[in-house]
Design a protein around this ligand. Structure first.
Ligand code: NAI
Ligand code: MG
Length: 354
């Protein structure tokens, strides 16, 4: 099978880590029967300065018509609004209907407090439909926002969370050690207060996870979002897959990323029907750009995550194992993890372990 992958380095260290992702894919053992074709695509601040748009139409159309998946590095965004500029990744999520944002947060198994969870965030609705209004009243201004929750979006996000839980179990069985016994999905909500919107999310997610594909195979729990934040910090090992509406998922996934040593370790994927974009969680890191010391692991794990959603579990499992091997060994770590290794040395160590 040949997979065509769009490469969108973006700005700053995106240009240093995305090439590492490409080399990793090219270095996968031939026995997997996977070949790759790459197409270089543009987006980001530099692109905006050159072309007046942050996300050229060509990037979107090539991804749509030609690619199976993509790797997106990071883009720098201005701190104040700039006319004509808008975030390319947000636009891509919309244009390609990438309805799920998936963020695994994992330490090595030998860590003092091992963690292995993934947050599955609904990415199309909730408060982020951005339908806000402000009106004047005798008591001053009042601003309101729509929180939209649909059965369709809640059902498909819960379904993909269930699928991820089952797949994680397979990847563990393929030799990736884990702290978990069996697949578990925790539904996040605040339906004690928001009985209609979060109530619909909760009941729809429960229903979706009771489908024959999951019943008896995936354990389902639920938790109110505020107490989840508490438990996320006190007892993070309790979580396997967390599924959440957009806003809670946004906050939980950044909070969870703080549980591991560095932003340079945390991958993500933006997932739609038959398409996935792997994207490291970090930004363009202007403070370390050009020094060759960016941690490539978030990107390498993002490449593996993308492969998971293209149904290439075996290839993904190999990458995860190689990365875990590098981290367990601890001899070639980048400066963000307290080491002195350059990006290139970390990449070479991981490629060797493949
Ligand atoms: P950042 O994630 O770029 O950096 C935060 C800190 O983490 C910095 O000290 C940086 O050196 C370090 N860091 C991040 N990734 C690393 C890696 N792979 N290896 C080693 N150290 C790493 O966030 P910051 O500084 O808030 O934003 C910088 C720029 O990136 C801004 O223009 C911001 O808008 C943009 N940004 C873009 C994102 C995206 O494209 N998805 C996400 C977050 C920020
Ligand atoms: Mg966020």
């Amino acid at each position: 099978r040949t997979l065509k992958i769009g490469l969108i380095p973006g700005d700053g260290i995106g240009k240093e880590v995305i090439p590492a992702g490409r080399r990793l894919l090219e270095a996968l053992p031939a026995s997997l029967g996977l070949k790759f074709e790459f197409v270089d695509l543009k987006a980001g601040w530099e692109t905006f300065e050159q072309q007046g748009v942050a996300l050229p139409e060509e990037t979107v159309s090539v991804l749509k018509s030609d690619c199976d998946g993509a790797l997106f590095g990071a883009v720098s965004s201005p701190t104040t609004a700039v006319k004509g500029y808008s975030s390319p990744i947000v636009a891509l999520r919309k244009k390609l209907d990438l309805y799920a944002n998936v963020r695994p947060v994992k330490t090595v198994v030998s860590a003092p407090k091992p963690i292995d969870m993934v947050i599955v965030r609904e990415n199309t609705e909730d408060l982020y439909v951005k339908e806000e209004t402000t009106r004047d009243t005798p008591e001053g201004k009042v601003a309101e926002a729509i929180k939209r929750i649909s059965q369709r979006a809640s059902s498909r996000i819960a379904t993909i969370a269930g699928e991820i839980a089952l797949r994680r179990q397979k990847i563990r069985a393929a030799g990736s050690p884990s702290i978990h016994q069996g697949p578990l999905v925790t539904i996040t909500h605040k339906s004690n207060v928001l009985s209609q919107t979060d109530g619909l999310f909760r009941s729809t997610a429960r229903e979706a996870l009771a489908a024959p594909a999951f019943a008896g195979r995936v354990a389902v729990e639920e938790q109110i979002v505020d107490s989840m934040v508490y438990k996320l910090f006190r007892q993070p090992e309790a979580y396997d897959v967390i599924v959440a509406p957009n806003l809670y998922g946004d906050i939980l996934s950044d909070g969870a990323a703080a549980l591991v040593g560095s932003l340079g370790l945390v991958p993500s994927a933006n997932v739609g029907e038959g398409f996935a974009i792997g994207e490291p969680c970090h930004g363009s890191a202007p403070d370390i750009q050009g020094q060759g010391i960016a941690n490539p692991i978030a990107t390498l794990r993002s490449a593996a995550l993308m492969l998971e959603f293209l149904n290439e579990e075996a290839a993904a499992a190999k990458i995860y194992a190689a990365v875990d091997g590098n981290l367990e060994d601890g001899k070639l770590l980048s400066p963000d993890l307290g080491g002195t290794a350059k990006t290139e040395e970390v990449v070479q160590d991981i490629l060797r372990r493949l």
